[in-house]
Design a protein around this ligand. Structure first.
Ligand SMILES: [Zn+2]
Length: 429
């Protein structure tokens, strides 16, 4: 993003001036975030605006709670010591929430992107009424917000990660979560406080966005594949999440890898999920009894989480357990086959294995790489373009919280005025 304006802009109407100021606020905030500590003069030098112009923007960002100014001297300046600007670690924050098949999560991330509150509780959520699950998520959200308020943070936006299909557009509708038995669930219908209803988003999308926002040198065009009960892929194209015409993009789990393979829950045969989905891998590794849920039990009593099957699988593989290694090799080859299609179709800079795959990367990467090396031959393809995410299973929850932070960074006028950060305990929005 670049600074806009100066005198004599062609379209000088009030609306465009507002847009210009909004954009310049974002540029100043971004410069401080990238290079802090900076003085006001440093910022002016960084973004190419006058000192007076920058000061007015900085004052507004302080007034909105996005920046703080300390008495410390900014480094590297001569002459009169400037006061140092920094992105606020108090004040505005994003709340991320997550519903998984066996857990609920909540986290609060400050404007610097630091997680400040992190909560995760084990819950068998499959086949429970959506309203019951969402009431518990709302209670967890309220606890997280209260803890955040105690740290001087106020939540400015709320996003809920779900392992299912969230159609494009507003409305807060979760269309389908097969592994939870949800169909057409509107969050507002089940949320106790209408002022704090979160916005739903697919967990695989949020995992990919967290990767994009957190990676040191993120690729601009990449495919992020993660495994939970199903397999979710997300496509980031030129730095933007690609959701498809209706929001269904990225259903990599149902790409066929063997036309005559085993039948899938979707009704087709030989889907990737039947080879590289968590259930399939655990079954193949002889760990089916450690699978996430005992099948068929009555809601609330039968389905109980049985430890962490992914950690157990990794443990077995590390110990050289034959069936575990064979299952992971088979999964890796199937993944490589499916990802070959993705590489050939969209020409990505990178392929990222996220979620539980990241924790199994030591055993998955070699076979995925081998498959890609054998099949991707008519274009340049570097083996290191395939890598594991550093975020692993934390990705979706982080991405949910970071969504709000990223929106504020792009448009600081989303923050209310007159609530500077240095006022811990101010009302939670
Ligand atoms: Zn399928």
């Amino acid at each position: 993003m670049t600074v806009v304006g100066g005198a004599g802009g062609a379209a000088g109407g009030p609306a465009s001036q507002q847009d210009m100021r909004r954009q310049n606020l974002a540029v100043v905030l971004g410069a401080v975030r990238a290079h802090s500590p900076l003085s006001r003069a440093d910022v002016a030098g960084q973004v190419g605006l006058t000192r007076a112009g920058v000061s007015s923007l900085v004052d507004e960002l302080i007034g909105r709670g996005a920046l703080t100014e300390t008495a410390a001297t900014a480094s590297g300046r001569v002459g009169r010591p400037g006061r140092a600007l920094a992105v606020s670690g108090d004040g505005p924050a994003g709340l991320g929430l997550e519903v998984g098949v066996t857990h609920l999560g909540a986290c609060v991330v400050d404007l610097r992107g630091e997680p400040r509150v992190w909560r995760r509780v084990e819950r068998a959520n499959a086949d429970r009424p959506a309203g019951q699950v969402l009431t518990e998520v709302a209670a967890l959200a309220a606890e997280a917000e209260a803890e955040a308020a105690g740290l001087g943070l106020r939540v400015e936006g709320r996003v809920l990660a779900v392992p299912g299909v969230v159609p494009n557009g507003p409305g807060g509708l979760v269309e389908r979560v097969p592994n939870l038995g949800w169909h057409g669930v509107r969050l507002a219908d089940h949320w106790p406080d209408q002022d704090t209803v979160p916005e739903p988003e697919n967990e695989a999308n949020l995992g990919a966005l967290a990767e994009y926002w957190s990676a040191e040198r993120a690729a601009e065009t990449f495919v992020h594949v993660s495994a939970g009960t199903g397999i979710g892929a997300a496509l980031v194209l030129d730095g933007r999440l690609f959701r498809g015409a209706r929001g269904f993009a990225g259903e990599l789990g149902h790409i066929p890898v063997h036309p005559e393979g085993p039948e899938c829950a979707c009704g087709a045969r030989g889907c990737l999920e039947q080879y590289a989905g968590e259930e399939a891998v655990l079954r193949e590794a002889g760990l089916a009894q450690h699978g996430r849920l005992a099948p068929g039990g009555p809601a609330g009593t039968g389905p109980v989480p049985a430890g962490d099957p992914v950690a157990l699988l990794a443990e077995r593989a590390a110990a050289g357990h034959g069936p575990a290694l064979a299952a992971l090799d088979r999964a890796g080859r199937a993944l490589g086959l499916a990802l070959t299609s993705a590489v050939e179709l969209i020409d990505p800079d990178a392929l990222v294995l996220g979620g539980a795959y990241a924790e199994l990367a030591d055993w998955l990467l070699p076979s995925v790489r081998a498959e890609l090396a054998a099949r991707v031959t008519v274009r340049p393809w570097a083996p290191e373009a395939l890598r594991a995410s550093a975020l692993g299973r934390r990705g979706p929850l982080l991405g949910a919280a970071l969504t709000t932070v990223r929106r504020i960074m792009a448009d600081p006028t989303l923050l209310p005025v007159g609530r500077p950060a240095a006022r811990p305990g101010s009302a939670v929005g």
